[in-house]
Ligand binder design. Structure first.
Ligand code: THU
Length: 135
């Protein structure tokens, strides 16, 4: 499927407005393009008990999965600091459950972005093939 990069980046930037980040003051937005063609978005949600917070990437993916999506093409991640911010290790593992061919777009703004494959960001991932012999 062809990826409309600008559309995905704009959706990710727009998603930042609903973040809940009173502690870090660092807004993160994520937009996920599904094979269905639909885009789901998410923002980071922090908590006074810090480990209970959740990253934007997992919010967006969880929204998509809980709406019945199973196949993913790309995720775009943006933040409020106009910088390239890569997904944390927990998010890399979470996303890899659903396929390591995922295109990960790290965008600084609408015009400046990088693309990576998830398999490049999380080589030798721990997966269901190894542990449970599930393909
Ligand atoms: N954050 C994300 O939303 N995604 C990441 O991949 C890394 C970090 C959030 C979590 C927290 O709300 C803030 O950024 C600062 O760590």
């Amino acid at each position: 499927m062809e990826i409309d990069y600008k559309k995905l980046i704009q959706a990710s930037i727009d998603a930042q407005k609903n973040c809940y980040a009173p502690y870090s003051k660092f807004s993160v937005g994520a937009s996920v393009l599904c094979e269905s063609g639909k885009i789901y978005t998410g923002a980071n949600i922090e908590n006074a008990s810090f480990p209970a917070g959740i990253c934007a990437e997992r919010v967006a993916f969880s929204k998509a999965i809980s709406e019945g999506e199973k196949n993913f093409v790309a995720i775009c991640i943006t933040n409020s600091k106009d910088s390239f911010a890569y997904p944390c290790g927990v998010c890399r593992q979470f996303l890899s459950e659903f396929g390591s061919d995922l295109v990960v777009i790290i965008a600084k703004n609408i015009n400046e972005f990088e693309t990576h494959k998830l398999s490049e960001l999380l080589p030798h991932s721990f997966d269901k093939k190894i542990c449970f012999s599930i393909i």
